[in-house]
Design a protein around this ligand. Structure first.
Ligand SMILES: Nc1nc2c(c(=O)[nH]1)N[C@H]1C(S)=C(S)[C@@H](COP(=O)(O)O)O[C@H]1N2
Ligand SMILES: [Mo]
Length: 274
């Protein structure tokens, strides 16, 4: 988190959240919103990071006036879509995430997935082929050996999980921009989507996909990715929350239709930049 998200010059604190202002709703909606005030406050805190757009301002900007029977759910989704736009607008395609020394690497590095560690998918690297589809010139699939012939880079960066932990790790792989160029991706398209071997899925805005630290990762430290950390291929995105770092990638596609994601579609903010 940093001051890019602080839209109001007067506000410099981490913890404060803009007060909820409702624009004189009709009686029925006032009751509905009041019932959900703690939920709204929690979501506003989570979705707005340090920006200070109020629900009232959002109502004007999003087209949800909260008076004509707009449900709390619709208003919250509109808040999140607005938040995506603000974050995309503020995102710098060149500003680098912090990097760390080898001595700062977290050991052991945490495992996380929507299932327990004993359910991690077992993938045969010898027969593995990364599928490529959508708005790309060359749709041939890629073996691991072919991916290793591309230029590789290392990074020591911090992974931040929305569940409240972070850890520093070292990842090595192909700069994702290099891969997108190799497959002739239409980099004027809006999204890159990922389908994973464990039915997880996610997607990125193109600016983040092209960021110099976004990496198609083959190695964790000096070893091939262990199964629990995403063998045989994951995406490392140090400018985004952990859930935007898909593991066990089976297919990559370029599209102008937002592909959503496993957590994104359950209400986690889609952009989720750090
Ligand atoms: N395929 C897949 N990728 C995934 C997940 C998952 O469940 N399946 N979980 C995400 C979440 S919420 C986090 S925090 C990181 C955890 O990565 P790690 O096990 O390397 O710490 O993976 C992300 N990518
Ligand atoms: Mo996470």
């Amino acid at each position: 988190m940093n001051d890019r998200h602080n839209l109001s010059a007067g506000r410099r604190d981490d913890t404060d959240v803009a007060p909820i202002e409702t624009p004189r709703p009709a009686k029925r909606e006032r009751i509905v919103l009041a019932d959900h005030r703690p939920q709204l406050e929690r979501l506003q805190r989570r979705l707005f990071l340090r920006s200070t757009l109020s629900v009232g301002a959002l109502a004007m900007l999003s087209g949800c006036n909260m008076q004509d029977g707009d449900s709390v759910d619709k208003v919250l989704w509109a808040m999140s879509r607005w938040n995506d736009r603000v974050q995309a607008w503020l995102f710098s395609g060149t500003k680098l995430a912090p990097t760390y020394a080898a001595s700062q690497i977290t050991k052991p590095f945490p495992f996380n997935a929507f299932y327990q560690e004993f359910d991690v998918p077992e993938i045969d690297g010898a027969s593995y082929a990364l599928e490529v589809s959508g708005l790309v010139a060359n749709k041939r699939s890629w073996s691991l050996a072919q991916l290793r012939t591309l230029p590789q880079a290392s990074q020591i960066t911090r992974h931040v999980c929305i569940e409240g932990w972070s850890a520093i790790g070292e990842w090595r792989g192909v700069p994702f921009r290099t891969f997108l160029e190799r497959i002739g991706a239409d980099t004027t398209a809006r999204y890159v989507g990922f389908k994973c071997a464990d039915r997880y899925y996610s997607s990125l805005d193109m600016a983040t996909a092209l960021h110099p630290q976004t990496q198609l990762t083959l190695d964790f430290g000096s070893e091939p990715l262990p199964p629990k950390y995403g063998y045989p291929l994951k995406l490392r995105v140090p400018t985004k929350l952990g859930f935007k770092n898909p593991k066990h990638i089976a297919e990559i596609f370029v599209t102008n239709t937002n592909p959503g994601g496993y957590w994104e579609d359950q209400g986690y903010n889609w952009f989720s930049g750090l």
